[in-house]
Design a protein around this ligand. Structure first.
Ligand SMILES: [Ca+2]
Length: 336
């Protein structure tokens, strides 16, 4: 605390004598960042605590057995119960939503998962329709959550984690923990303002750790929306906009390949920008679709609706390849 006061006094002095801003390696900046991280961890705990309290009141889950009876399991399958005793218990068993799905077959909703055993659980939206077991990494629905944010927000996650329609980013650190082992599949659900939908799949989605700025790698593309992450089939588009191999950038941390400026600042979101993008799902939310501006900074999937059309609904979700046995025949309507 003493050092923070010292930082504050030094900051005032700097303003008074118009010195240049502090470097990112300055102890004051590092201390501030550490405090912000602690605040975020406390906010996460508070969110989970409030969620537990609500479920304690609504479900009386302390008196409920940890594993559901046959009768309850039937209710989960039919979606009559939207929250589960075991998912709401104080112990978190599941590394991700696919493990929860395999264990209990619950309905879609927010559940606590524990991507890493040495860290606190996090709240995540589990999409248990569309074949089930999807951990949702990102969701846009109505533009109420601002996605133009700093590095720490994208690292730790932000948005609302309460209602079925809430918007959020799960957080790069959690995403890294979820994708680092085993083969997985990412599904991106897209919907435009006329209700048209597209689906995009990428196999073996990977992001590296924070030291490497959460660099993105992925495997085979399939789907109906075009390979927006890599900008389509043209060599020039791929050279300038392919997200594969790119580090993550935010408005305060520029790791893109655009030397003249910051893609994240221009495009109003955090993303794996190149020079800059053909997909910008964390961009600015424009109501109505088509938009104009200096930069193509909307919620964009360029290989479907072009760079000057901002989508209405998006979600990015993940599950292990091993739990895909019922995907092929599910025929489920995507949850967009
Ligand atoms: Ca740049």
């Amino acid at each position: 605390m003493v050092s923070l006061i010292l930082c504050y006094v030094l900051g005032l002095l700097r303003l008074t004598v118009a010195l240049p801003p502090l470097a990112s390696s300055d102890p004051c900046v590092l201390e501030l960042e550490e405090l912000r991280r602690e605040v975020r961890i406390l906010e996460n705990k508070l969110l989970i605590g409030a969620w537990q309290l609500t479920h304690l009141k609504m479900r009386s889950y302390i008196a409920t057995p940890l594993r559901p009876s046959t009768n309850q399991t039937e209710k989960y399958k039919t979606g009559l119960l939207d929250a589960l005793p075991a998912a709401g218990s104080l112990i978190v068993y599941d590394r991700d939503c696919s493990e929860l799905y395999e264990r209990l077959r619950p309905a879609s909703g927010f559940y606590r998962i524990r991507p890493r055993v040495d860290q606190d659980p996090v709240l995540a939206f589990c999409d248990m329709d569309d074949g089930g077991g999807w951990t949702v990494l990102q969701r846009r629905r109505h533009g109420k959550v601002d996605f133009d944010r700093d590095w720490v927000d994208y690292r730790d996650g932000f948005g609302d984690f309460k209602l079925w329609n809430d918007e959020f980013w799960l957080g790069n650190e959690h995403i890294h923990s979820l994708v680092k082992d085993g083969e997985n599949l990412v599904k991106i659900d897209l919907m435009d303002w006329s209700g048209e939908k597209r689906q995009v799949y990428y196999q073996n989605f990977r992001i590296t750790d924070e030291k490497d700025s959460y660099r993105l790698w992925y495997g085979l593309y399939s789907g109906t929306g075009g390979d927006g992450l890599c900008g389509g089939r043209g060599m020039l588009e791929q050279w300038s906009s392919c997200a594969s191999g790119m580090q993550f950038s935010t408005r305060d941390q520029d790791h893109d390949r655009y030397l003249q400026g910051s893609c994240a600042q221009e495009n109003k979101g955090g993303w794996w920008y190149n020079r800059c993008h053909a997909a910008n799902l964390n961009g600015k939310f424009y109501h109505g679709g088509l938009y104009k501006g200096r930069y193509d900074n909307g919620v964009v999937w360029g290989t479907w609706q072009g760079l000057w059309y901002s989508l209405r609904h998006t979600s990015i979700k993940l599950r292990p390849l091993l739990s895909l046995d019922n995907l092929a025949g599910s025929g489920a309507v995507p949850d967009v």
